[in-house]
Ligand binder design. Structure first.
Ligand code: 3PG
Length: 404
């Protein structure tokens, strides 16, 4: 036991775990540290003191149910391995240990030696703002709805209407990739035409094409999508893996921003006593080069609560060796809660609404206009209800969904 030894953040990966156990917490922490580094369930003749001292994970503090463990940098792969190997160490077998009733990885900090192996976002929050020529106000987007069922032509028409209403961003939803009713090549080309048309009319817009697929195909698909005219791609990080995001973000064959969706994250993040919080997930996405990341709706919307929204804001935008990631507030968003989101996030955020645009009584273009007006009101510091008096699209949205 090395309880109380300070963690040398310069040469260790330092993790914080919330532990629920029937054992004395020191014993449970010891089991966790052993399992994830040099030990196992019993003493072993092959482990000598020098191996333990050099490679064994050390318990550096226990405060209540929070256990801090420092893993020596040498426990991590040199070149190959990457995030999959990191996760096998800091978030691997421990979740199944019988001695723990629950364990939640709350945070992980990585030393410079590991951080420098990752390039981070190619564009990041600042790069997206440059592409969209929107230096100050929040980016405002939509998710094409219904999430499945529209044809490529209908998808492209939706995107055009959203852009004509003023939105800066749109995207495929997480379950749409290459279904028969909407093949990815046809969709990407049709959407590219809409974006070109908007551009000719003086409005820059990005649409993220969902390229989530198997690891053996994702780079090729990203390259194909870019050649068909995709200006941004989207990857479902929890289902495809962090390595997929990294492969696409770092590839010289594909130089478009990567929008990162976190579908399935609730399986890890929702239980306050077991799983993985959004904070380490957001940190790893930034290391792997995601340019924009869904972080929930900061206390509002259908996915609110329990997913570490606020802490992942810091992980996206805080100081670090890598470019900042654009945090994406998404899930049950409508114009009536845009002010609340901006109050939490500040202006560096992409706010996007699917139902909150497509469900507008006046249709997609007016729904888009209402979202933009709500963001303008927040930018100007004017309550949405007041701004709506001179902006009928916003008024119609507030009449339908209310405001807080
Ligand atoms: C997302 O990708 O975040 C969701 O599909 C959002 O859809 P909604 O705005 O209709 O809730």
């Amino acid at each position: 036991m090395h309880l109380g030894e300070p963690a040398d953040a310069g040469s260790h990966v330092v993790c914080r775990y919330r532990v629920t156990t029937d054992l004395p917490i020191e014993k449970a922490a010891e089991a966790l540290a052993a399992e994830q580094s040099t030990g196992t369930w019993t003493g072993i003749s092959t482990l000598d003191d020098s191996v333990f001292r050099r490679y064994g994970a050390k318990i550096t503090s226990i405060e209540g149910d929070m256990v801090e463990i420092a893993y020596p940098e040498e426990d991590f792969s040199i070149e190959v391995g990457g995030v999959p190997q990191i996760l096998s160490v800091i978030a691997g077998n421990l979740f199944g240990l019988e001695s723990l009733r629950g364990v939640r990885l709350e945070d992980a900090s990585f030393p410079p030696g590991i951080m420098k192996k990752y390039k981070g976002p190619r564009f990041g929050a600042g790069g997206l703002r440059e592409i969209l020529r929107r230096p100050e106000k929040p980016l405002v987007g939509t998710i094409v709805k219904p999430k499945i069922g529209l044809s490529p032509k209908e998808t492209a028409a939706y995107v055009y209407e959203a852009g004509a209403g003023g939105l800066t961003n749109s995207k495929d939803d997480e379950t749409l990739v290459d279904q028969r009713f909407c093949p990815i090549e046809e969709r990407t080309k049709a959407v590219a035409e809409s974006l070109d048309r908007l551009s000719e009319e003086g409005h820059e817009m990005l649409h993220a094409i969902n390229i989530s697929t198997g690891g053996d195909r994702i780079l090729d698909l990203a390259e194909d999508a870019a050649s068909w005219g995709a200006r941004q791609v989207m990857i479902d990080v929890m289902t495809c893996g962090f390595a997929a995001v990294q492969a696409v973000a770092e590839s010289d064959r594909v130089k478009v921003p990567v929008h990162v969706h976190r579908t399935m994250h609730g399986a890890f993040t929702k239980d306050p006593l077991h799983g993985i919080s959004m904070l380490p997930i957001a940190k790893l996405v930034r290391m792997c080069g995601g340019d924009a990341l869904h972080i929930g709706t900061l206390g509002a919307g259908k996915m609110a609560g329990g997913s570490g929204d606020r802490s992942s804001l810091g992980a996206c935008l805080g100081a670090g060796p890598h470019r900042a990631v654009m945090p994406v507030a998404s899930g049950g968003v409508h114009p009536g809660i845009v002010g609340d989101i901006v109050a939490e996030s500040g202006m560096d955020v992409q706010i996007q609404a699917g139902g909150g645009v497509a469900g507008h009584p006046g249709g997609v273009r007016k729904g888009a206009a209402a979202m933009i007006q709500a963001a303008d009101a927040a930018f100007l510091g004017i309550p949405a209800a007041e701004y709506a008096r001179t902006h009928p699209e916003l008024q119609a949205a507030l009449d339908r969904w209310g405001s807080r």
